[in-house]
Design a protein around this ligand. Sequence first.
Ligand code: AMP
Length: 354
Amino acid sequence: MILESKIIGILGGGQLGRMSALAAARLGFRAHIYCPEKDCPASQVTDLFTCSAYEDTSALEAFARQVDVITYEFENIPLETVRFLQKFKPVYPDDRLLEVSQDRLKEKKFLNDIGIPTAPWVPCTQADDIRKTLADWNMSECIVKTARFGYDGKGQVYHKANSSIEETWSKLNTQSAVIEGIVDFACEVSVIVGRDRLGQTAAYPAVLNEHQNHILSKTHAPAPISKKLAIKASDMAHNLAEAVDLIGVMALELFVTRDEQILANEIAPRTHNSGHWTIDACAVSQFEQHIRTVCGLPVGMPDMHSPATMINLIGEDVKNLPRYLEMPNACVHLYGKQDVKPGRKMGHVTLLNR
Ligand code: AMP
């Protein structure tokens, strides 16, 4: 059988788009990248590229007419862009999941409504809401996060005991935020799940994530947690995928508390940094899973054939490359970014732990 050739339109040109385009090529498909920045990591690996703003409706329409299906590689794509594109071609995951994951208030309400617990939370529109919530909870500390456009710890303030509530609120520089109780977590884990057009789901094993300065630094696959907890985490991801009628791949970030509860922190409606190890340690990577599911193919097997540790190369970390290149179990991935900047994800290394 020869697969019908497809062109997959990808909104966003970062490393997730790059690795998705490479996975598409493996299946004989082509990726068309749409991104406002020139020479982005994804555009370097495919010859189909539109460089234009997400608000440019004529460029968006021309792009949509040239592709068979559309997806995105980051969640801060304007909702209106996706809704506009949906008039021409299917966009997966659809605008409903995107809308929920773009707004922490909607996201937490949605998760709680389908029975997935989170940290306690309250909407916040002014400094007084923080004062009142701390009094109600009988707490002196909390985390306040902007409702929209937060990532890698940006858009959030850890409000410490005895610090100024007014200062915490003004640092956020927003009209809409969420106040969260501080979770005394034992570890942070995530589950990546894919779901195809027939509703078949496949979840990768739960992995443990370590952060530095709020940026993912290492992922351990599988997570060293009990089987019971791993199943619970996986069940949550499956339930969420069903509830949002997912077509594509998404990640669910979770806290494991010291008393062995699992609380959801965030949904990423796309492939995720904590799933990069799947390229080297699974038969079907998260990127291939994403391409398969948005193209109407069945989900592939998510099982790992080797335990793995993924190390992000952030900023100057990329200087350690010669050391990794000499390690026989290290799979090196670079994203084609020319300028090294603090906090910038330059590449990653997957160590196969056999
Ligand atoms: P987020 O932007 O929500 O993904 O948060 C970034 C990081 O901040 C998480 O990976 C946690 O390490 C920490 N964090 C976020 N929310 C909480 C919370 N409610 N309690 C404790 N730590 C948190």
